[in-house]
Design a protein around this ligand. Structure first.
Ligand code: SF4
Length: 359
């Protein structure tokens, strides 16, 4: 078996660990780039969202390089993500690829995992150990990324901070035990701290939107880096490990959605699919906890986020917080995004400066 899966930020690290611990060969597509986008766009329905096009590009690239099994998360609900796996499966088969398609549906997850374990021929114990190792890596990488974005705008040498992060992530990826992961993460975190210089606090911006665009830098034009370059501290609202905890673990899910609905009350009363409720929740909670601005990133044609964009305008007026929305697709030019980020950063710095002067 040669298994492949699409990219979404650092998710390849725990997945690679999981499968390699089970002695399954893994084919990882290159990080998203113009080639992946071109391949996905060529074979996707024109109006599908950018996440689908990139995911399709990843899968087709891996199938071309010998992968014979594709694994994907499925899902139900009023968002096109639920069809991603099936559509991708049909497109790849129409193109002549033959492979085993494993779609993990949240409603049948236990059965799907049982079938997978049978197919791979490992025991439950081995599977759980591999899963735990992968999970710890995901948590460590997400934790380090959070630290990185908090430190980067204050860094004496941004390129060096980037190298520190890359090296630490590579070390975590290579770890074979939980203590090793912990010490690699702690070393990376200390190294990032050591590059931080003491200055006045900079404007803080919450970056909200759907999980894919938030966590996949190629799809959001590396928005966090652009903000940090302008002296703005970005704070991503959803990390994959947080989403897994809040949305897949039943004992957390209820509490999370109660909290989200309570914050979104008066703006969006229920979950309308995708990440619209999360976007509104994070926007309101950021406005109420002292953030200086909000950046909303989402794919063009993404219905849930188009709805939340309208709601965000109301939040901006009522909570008096500047919000910049960026609708992204395959035609988006980096220069256009840079110009908008520069203008937004200037506004936030000016606002913070005036507030400080009036204190
Ligand atoms: S929520 Fe938006 S981005 Fe995600 S699959 Fe649906 S349409 Fe695409």
């Amino acid at each position: 078996m040669k298994i492949t899966f699409p990219h979404m930020g650092g998710v390849y690290i725990p997945l690679k660990t999981l499968f390699e611990e089970l002695q399954v060969e893994v084919v990882i597509p290159p990080f998203n780039n113009d080639e992946m986008k071109g391949l996905g766009c060529k074979h996707s329905p024109e109006y599908s969202c950018l996440p689908f096009k990139l995911i399709l590009g990843n899968v087709l690239h891996s199938l071309e390089r010998g992968a014979d099994t594709v694994i994907m998360l499925g899902g139900s609900g009023p968002c096109r993500f639920g069809y991603f796996g099936h559509l991708l499966n049909m497109i790849a088969r129409d193109l002549g690829y033959r492979f085993t398609f494993i779609c993990l549906e949240p409603s049948t997850l236990h059965g799907d995992i049982r079938d997978f374990i049978k197919k791979v021929g490992c025991g439950y114990r081995t599977f759980l150990r591999a899963l735990m190792l992968g999970w710890k890596k995901l948590e460590a990488v997400d934790g380090l990324q959070k630290k990185y974005w908090t430190c980067l705008p204050y860094s004496r040498d941004k390129e060096k901070s980037q190298t520190v992060l890359r090296n630490a992530v590579d070390q975590i990826a290579a770890c074979r035990s939980v203590p090793e992961i912990k010490s690699a993460a702690a070393a990376g975190s200390n190294a990032l701290d050591s590059l931080r210089q003491a200055t006045d606090s900079l404007p803080r911006v919450a970056v909200v939107g759907d999980i894919y665009t938030l966590n996949e830098p190629y799809s959001n034009q590396n928005i966090e880096w652009l903000l940090a370059e302008q002296g703005i501290e970005p704070c991503r609202s959803i990390y994959t490990s947080g989403w897994v905890k809040n949305s897949l673990l039943p004992w957390n899910k209820k509490a999370y959605y109660c909290r989200a609905k309570a914050f979104a009350k008066g703006y969006l009363e229920d979950c309308i699919g995708g990440f619209a409720l999360d976007t509104v929740y994070h926007a309101v909670s950021s406005a109420e906890t002292g953030f200086d601005g909000i950046v909303h990133v989402f794919p063009v044609t993404c219905m849930p986020e188009i709805v939340s964009r309208q709601v965000l305008e109301k939040i901006s007026l009522e909570k008096k917080i500047p919000i910049m929305s960026l609708a992204l697709d395959e035609h988006m030019e980096r220069t256009g995004v840079e110009t908008r980020v520069e203008a937004f950063a200037e506004l936030l710095h000016g606002k913070k400066h005036n507030v400080n002067q009036n204190l």
